[in-house]
Design a protein around this ligand. Structure first.
Ligand SMILES: O=C(O)[C@H](O)[C@@H](O)[C@H](O)[C@H](O)COP(=O)(O)O
Length: 253
């Protein structure tokens, strides 16, 4: 059972960014006090910018305790405009003192082979998590996710042909080679990894998301991968702006 689901909606993105920064800072503080580190998974899209806008100015965070992975990554060079790492670097890493060694990127030398890239990324996860917990999956302190207008999250897409990737039962990292959204080749955490985290936060903004949010949150329509994100022992929270939350049953004005 998911411990709890919370929905927060803000009139403007700047307010959302501020609340998100407070939330992340608090989770970081808690994780560092209990485990002496903060393990976090980032996504691409608008998330890095919305996350970093306020967070990058915070002085009250033990940045040196952060350990960062990517919930999904496009198989492109790290310098490419398509790289989730590059985006996160420009928005966040260039502004805060997270040790470079604590930021786990896809191995550029393996991007031609999606399976090898996924296996290598899984090895990196194992090196960080295996000693720490005995769960069958890594237990992140926080995973930060976006959601596309088609209900996808990470590189988990809503079509029967991606069901194997979505429901990958064993691997900690899997891959797609024919993503419906370019670039086609990506690695991604499967659902099981998302659902083992202590905390999962979706950050979703804009009117273009309001219909799918209604289907995901109110109707629990599991044809949308985002609706399947339900941390078994963790907390799920949605950070929305009012444009995105406009059609939600509980929040309709
Ligand atoms: O890999 C990708 O193609 C994108 O990163 C994608 O997964 C994005 O995270 C969502 O579509 C939400 O993006 P927005 O928040 O920008 O709408």
């Amino acid at each position: 059972m998911v411990k709890s689901t919370e929905i927060r909606s803000y009139p403007v993105i700047q307010e959302l960014s501020k609340a998100l920064a407070d939330y992340v800072a608090e989770l970081s503080r808690e994780a560092v006090s209990v485990r002496n580190r903060f393990t976090v998974g980032l996504s691409g899209g608008s998330l890095p910018r919305i996350l970093a806008a306020e967070l990058k100015n915070r002085q009250d965070i033990d940045w040196d305790k952060w350990i960062v992975f990517f919930c999904d990554e496009r198989l492109v060079s790290l310098a490419s405009e398509d790289s989730n790492y590059k985006l996160a670097k420009e928005e966040l890493f260039d502004h805060v003192p997270i040790p470079e060694a604590n930021i786990y990127t896809v191995d550029e030398s393996l991007i031609a082979n999606a399976e090898e890239a996924a296996n290598d990324y899984q090895d990196k996860l194992i090196s960080v998590f295996a000693a720490m917990n005995t769960a069958k999956f890594p237990v992140f302190d926080l995973l930060l996710l976006g959601m596309g207008p088609d209900g996808h999250t990470c590189s988990l897409f809503p079509d029967e042909k991606y069901a194997e990737v979505l429901n990958e039962p064993v691997a900690w990292v899997t891959f797609v080679e024919d993503s419906p959204k370019p670039p086609p080749r990506r690695i991604t955490f499967p659902l099981t990894v998302l659902n083992h985290a202590h905390n999962v936060a979706f950050v979703v903004t804009g009117e273009g998301k309001k219909n799918v949010l209604h289907k995901v949150i109110d109707l629990h329509d599991t044809t949308y991968p985002a609706a399947l994100v339900k941390p078994v022992n963790g907390k799920l929270i949605w950070f929305l702006d009012d444009a995105a939350s406009a059609s939600l049953d509980g929040l309709k004005k």
